[in-house]
Ligand binder design. Structure first.
Ligand SMILES: Cc1cc2nc3c(=O)[nH]c(=O)nc-3n(C[C@H](O)[C@H](O)[C@H](O)COP(=O)(O)OP(=O)(O)OC[C@H]3O[C@@H](n4cnc5c(N)ncnc54)[C@H](O)[C@@H]3O)c2cc1C
Length: 303
């Protein structure tokens, strides 16, 4: 396992913000992940965990520590319907494998970029389903010790989990699936891929939806009166709807622009920076707060 120095990390996030890291490593096994963490601790160097980089904003200045790009991607069948997969497994590769094995449950998540670990952290989901539905256990490293979290302990919520709040490193997970027909599963994934390819232009420099949708649970009746009820989906007000209403489409700060096809998509049109992203995010938060008295919260993570 090689620790690289002064690494250009620009290619490692889908936003393609120009950035660098003092140290960079790509562990391909649980043992190597542990070694990378130990190395950082011994050197008293801060470290950050990276998956597929599809939900992060890198710093404009160099990150003065170690980036650990989780790359263990082994997939193992441990019983008829249970699979153990490394946190670095690409989500699409995992779902393709499950489809081939005739294992049902994650096929609607086809096309979400990134790794299994990243999907668990943000409880990624699409088309009414999220990864947490099929998680049985999550293996982690905490303070250089290994630990297993049962699903309940992961505290999964909409685009949220305990892993967003605590510096745990996910090394692998056990998935509990159902038996299905491999032809039907492949067909479903194919249709979803076609849908998504139409929705999101390929190679777009973005992190997907920037802000989280807002749950209606704790929103007062007075605030809800300002919302078109027909836009509420699964008990959530889409951030895209709120942004559309404040004329976000086409707004731009430097090279960061709101997509003309989706008000909740920030696009890097050239040499966009983290500073520009934050600046645009603050402007939009203010607009939504002024108009709807609702607070938008980022789904993306700032490094
Ligand atoms: C075009 C596009 C479409 C998208 N569509 C969707 C969608 O439909 N649904 C959806 O939910 N998301 C979507 N996203 C967002 C993104 O793909 C997901 O959030 C994805 O699950 C992030 O995974 P990742 O591996 O890229 O995580 P990263 O971006 O690498 O990391 C995200 C966070 O997780 C942490 N992390 C990553 N791996 C680990 C680990 N092993 N242990 C501990 N912490 C870790 C990182 O430190 C960071 O804080 C989309 C993004 C793009 C660019």
């Amino acid at each position: 396992m090689e620790i690289e120095k002064n690494k250009n990390i620009t290619p490692y996030s889908t936003f393609k913000i120009k950035s660098a890291s003092k140290y960079f490593v790509e562990p391909t096994s649980e043992k190597e992940i542990q070694e990378a963490i130990n190395w950082a601790k011994e050197k008293n160097t801060p470290y950050k965990i990276l998956g597929g980089g599809s939900n992060v904003v890198f710093p404009d200045k160099k990150f003065n520590g170690l980036i650990i790009k989780i790359s263990n991607n082994n997939i193992e069948k441990i019983s008829d319907t249970k699979i153990k997969a490394g946190a670095g497994t690409n989500l699409k590769t995992l779902i393709d494998n499950l489809n081939n094995l005739g294992l049902k449950g994650l096929e609607t998540l086809t096309g979400i970029p990134g790794t299994l670990g990243g999907a668990i952290v943000g409880n990624a989901g699409a088309y009414g389903h999220s990864i947490s539905e099929k998680i049985k256990k999550v293996n982690i490293i905490q303070n250089q010790k290994t630990k297993t979290f049962k699903k309940k302990e992961c505290k999964f919520k909409y685009r949220d989990s305990i892993f967003k709040k605590q510096p745990f490193v996910i090394t692998s997970a056990i998935l509990n699936l159902e038996k299905g027909n491999f032809k039907k599963l492949k067909e479903k994934s194919k249709k979803i891929t076609q849908k998504r390819n139409k929705k999101y232009p390929p190679n777009i420099k973005s992190s997907g939806c920037f802000f989280k949708n807002i749950s209606t649970k704790n929103i007062s009746k007075k605030k809800l009166q300002k919302i078109d009820r027909s836009k509420i989906i699964d008990g959530k007000i889409p951030a895209g709807y709120l942004l559309e209403k404040v004329d976000a489409k086409g707004m731009k700060v430097g090279d960061i622009q709101i997509a003309n096809f989706h008000s909740n998509f920030f696009i890097n049109t050239g040499n966009g920076t983290k500073k520009e992203i934050r600046n645009l995010a603050e402007k939009l938060k203010k607009k939504v707060l002024n108009r709807f008295d609702l607070e938008l919260e980022e789904e993306v993570r700032y490094f």
